[in-house]
Structure formats: C-alpha cells, structure tokens
Design a protein around this ligand. Sequence first.
Ligand SMILES: N[C@@H](CCC(=O)N[C@@H](CS)C(=O)NCC(=O)O)C(=O)O
Length: 213
Amino acid sequence: METQFKILGPEFSTFVRSVMIACEEKGLTYRYGMKLNGEPVNLGDKAHLAVHPYGKIPVLILEDGRSICETAAILRFLDTEFSGTAFLPEDHFERAQVDQWSNLINIYADRAIVRQYLLEFVFPKGEGGTVRMDKVEAAIPEVKQAIAKLTAQLGSNEYICGNAFSMADIMLAPMLDYLQRHPQGGELLAGNQALLTYLERLRQRPSCKKVLI
Ligand SMILES: N[C@@H](CCC(=O)N[C@@H](CS)C(=O)NCC(=O)O)C(=O)O
C-alpha cells in the first residue's frame, strides 16, 4: 500500500507548503491539518509539544506514529528515504552549500520576509484589528536586504544553489510566492527580473502548481 504521511499544520503556512512540495516531488500522498491521532490540536498543546518541543509546525507524522519536526530535517528525511527528485547533490561540498542556504532561508529570509513583514498584514495586531503600518515600514529595509542577498546568490543560475533544483528552492518557493502575490510585497520584487524569472520557473513545476495556489 502507498505510504501516507500526515503533516501537522495548516495548508497556508510557508513551511507546511515546503513539506507539501517535497511530498509532491517524491510522488508521496499526504494529508495536512491541525490534528494529532485524529484529535484537533492547538499550537503549544501538550500533544503538540510532544512532537515539537517548541510548539512549531510543520511536524511530519509517519504511518507508524513516529514523527519528525523542523522543515529541513523533514526534507532531508524524505530525500534519503524516497526516490524521485533529488533534493541534495551527491558532492559533499555542494550538499553543504544546499544545507547552508536552506538554513539561511529558514532562519533569516523567513524572519525578514514572512514573520516581520507579511504576517503583519495577515494577522493585524493594531487597534481594532488594523495593520500596524509603523511595523510594516520598519520591516521593509530587512525585506529589501533579504531580496538583495537572494538575488546575489541566484546570480545567473536557474536555481538558488546552482543549476539543479534543491531543498533550498523548496524552502524558498512558498515565501517568495507569497511576497510576490502580496500587493505591497510584490512591489518590492518588481523589476527584479532574475528573481521573478526564478520564481516563475519554480511555479511551473507540477509540485508547485499543486501547492502554491
Ligand atoms: N525552524 C522551524 C520554523 C517553523 C515555524 O516557524 N513555523 C511557523 C509557521 S510557518 C509556526 O509554527 N508558527 C507558530 C508559532 O510560532 O507559534 C522549521 O523549519 O520548521
């Protein structure tokens, strides 16, 4: 029978989307949502902390009930366990480069683009549920800096770590996709032909066509 994974987390989360893209690339079936052992679970509940010590999502739940948390660890596991698109190069140095960029994207690009900027619009915390425009303005320099660093790393290559698709692209695709689709965020990317062409290349992959909607 086909392996079916459960992904703990809502479909709109960027990191959940990365795991979904990875499953699609490997041809795996999966379900997602905020449920553990068939029971609804909230962030930070005891049951959640049992599978992620810091109460974050996503968590991958295997068929036998074992679990893996942290997006990079999940993607690495899926890559070593299943054939299909390779997420990591064979060469050890190149592999380290992909790990390096996966981490840089997971920690720094995510903080600048998603946490400090996009989430201000998605979950407005201002008075009466308004967007805190002062926070948005304050976040823009770091978003621009993240865009500049990603553009420099991309160079004239097809993917973020050279000319092969990798785990680092899987980590980045949902973030860039949200940023570009967002009216103000999209303006920060406008005119950046290299990054926009790269994003379009990712969006054309069958995995991304299914997940980035
Ligand atoms: N380093 C973690 C980051 C996970 C993360 O920050 N997930 C967000 C959703 S995209 C989350 O759990 N947010 C809820 C919270 O921080 O309470 C990973 O790579 O999985």
